[in-house]
Design a protein around this ligand. Structure first.
Ligand code: NAP
Length: 436
């Protein structure tokens, strides 16, 4: 029987699904020993620091991750940074294969004047701030303004907008970071405007998320009915409506037609507008938009503009990978062919491989096909290395699966009594107290 040792770098959904795929590829003749390496003291990646706190159902996938992690042959090494605590070539020389599953953590830039003003930030900073990511606790999120603008017509923009527009009491029973909850309770924001640069027919929202909007109890959601009927007309003129587009437009029409409750908190959706400038002296005061129109199915920018007074602008326009030294990147992701990096024993899965698209489950089939390729390329197994001892000899503290289980239990216990699923730690020192 051959025993192969695989290092997976990144303990998010793509990493766990890669591990699961390897576990499924085991046979009487072939076994995999998997070491999962994670920079943070905690695993679960975007399930912990990306998924919106008011979407707890999505987070139940963590049960699958824990089943994978407690399967024989799997070891977790959190608090280990590739490029700092371990070099890429150390991994490639001592493991049969290395799988990069580090996602895309940098927010794309709008590239417009005023983007660096205080009060202008990326969802890539705001989302981990409200999700208790230890590196984002001190992000400056000025909420002392009555109006916020969110740029982008995707599900991240939707999460960001909901988090700003919800009555904060609704978040008290979630695992929103304690520091963020305090700030959200003090927030002066009552109006959140979401802007898509194309029409509703091109929006990247998905319909389950849109269908939640009319159910918000303390926030009135407004979409112009004409925006949707015009979009329907344009889209049907182009031929048969794709199923998802129809489902999205139906959901948006439902939002537009739902009677408003007269709530002070409002969430408005606008389309065919591109931000061209952010104005302000010390901080964001106004966002200027160019008006776009659809001509022959194409979106074109007109010379007409309008502006919105707002003290906060959050762009949610996609992500790119934060490069790891020693791994080739292009276009914001790891350079690869079908998940393999330059005929090497390095593979890549998830958003680091294909860019920031798809839901958590998309990573399952994606990782499975890359792991099949990895398995097909394996030759004679390399001699066993003991990563735990290597790290110990270097004085590097890691959080093992057992330590993580203790930390996890402590967070869950802290939430009990408060009616929350957990209270997340944000202090690395406190988290590392569970190590060993
Ligand atoms: P996304 O779905 O790709 O949406 C990005 C949005 O940004 C698009 O509307 C895009 O418009 C817009 N955009 C890009 N560049 C822009 C610019 N310069 N100016 C103005 N707008 C710009 O990305 P995402 O929202 O980051 O989500 C990433 C993935 O995670 C998606 O697959 C999403 O469904 C998934 N996700 C799912 C959930 C959930 O299931 N609840 C939650 C969060 C995220 P164009 O289309 O015109 O380029």
């Amino acid at each position: 029987m051959k025993k192969y040792r695989i290092a997976i770098v990144g303990a998010g959904p793509a990493g766990y699904f890669a591990a699961q795929a390897l576990q499924n590829l085991q046979s009487d003749d072939r076994k995999f020993e998997i070491d999962m390496i994670e920079r943070l003291p905690t695993p679960w990646g975007l399930v912990r620091s990306g998924v919106a706190p008011d979407h707890p159902k999505i987070k139940t996938v963590s049960k699958v991750f824990e089943k994978i992690a407690t399967t024989e042959g799997f070891q977790l090494f959190c608090n280990i940074e590739l490029g700092k605590d371990l070099a890429v070539d150390e991994l490639t020389s001592s493991y049969d294969a290395v799988v990069i599953a580090t996602g895309t953590s940098r927010g794309r830039k709008l590239g417009i004047p005023g983007e660096n003003l205080r009060g202008s930030l990326s969802a890539a900073d705001f989302v981990p701030w409200y999700n208790a990511h230890p590196d984002y606790v001190d992000v400056d999120v000025p909420l002392d303004t009555d109006t916020a603008v969110v740029i982008g017509a995707g599900n991240v923009a939707m999460d960001v907008a909901r988090m700003l527009a919800l009555e904060p009491k609704e978040l008290d029973v979630t695992d929103t970071a304690s520091h963020a909850l305090v700030e959200l309770h003090k927030s002066a924001i009552r109006q959140v405007h979401v802007f898509g640069r194309r029409g509703p027919e091109h929006a990247a929202f998905t319909s389950p998320e849109l269908r939640e909007l009319p159910k918000l109890e303390h926030t009135d959601v407004e979409i112009g009915e004409c925006d949707i009927t015009d979009a329907l007309e344009r889209a049907t003129a182009q031929g048969e409506l794709p199923k998802e587009v129809k489902s999205n437009l139906d959901a948006m029409l439902l939002v537009a037609q739902t009677p408003k409750k007269g709530n002070e908190r409002k969430l408005n959706f606008h389309f065919l507008a591109s931000p061209i400038e952010i104005k302000g002296k010390e901080r964001v005061e106004e966002v200027v938009f160019a008006i776009n129109e659809v001509k022959d199915g194409k979106v074109v920018t007109t010379s007409d503009t309008y502006s919105v007074k707002a003290g906060l602008i959050i762009s949610a326009i996609g992500y790119e990978a934060d490069p790891i030294p020693g791994i080739p990147y292009s276009g914001g992701k790891v350079s690869n062919k079908d998940g393999q990096v330059e005929n090497s024993n390095i593979y890549v899965v998830g958003w680091a491989k294909r860019g920031p698209s798809g839901v958590i489950g998309t990573n399952k089939s994606d990782a499975a096909s890359v792991m099949e390729l990895l398995a097909a390329n394996l030759k004679e197994p390399k001699p066993k290395i003991d990563l735990a001892s290597t790290l110990k000899n270097r004085g590097v503290v890691h959080v093992s699966q057992g330590s993580w289980e203790k930390l996890n239990a402590a967070e869950v216990a802290a939430g009990e009594g408060l009616g929350k699923p957990r209270v997340k730690f944000t202090d690395r020192k406190e988290m590392l107290g569970f190590a060993g």
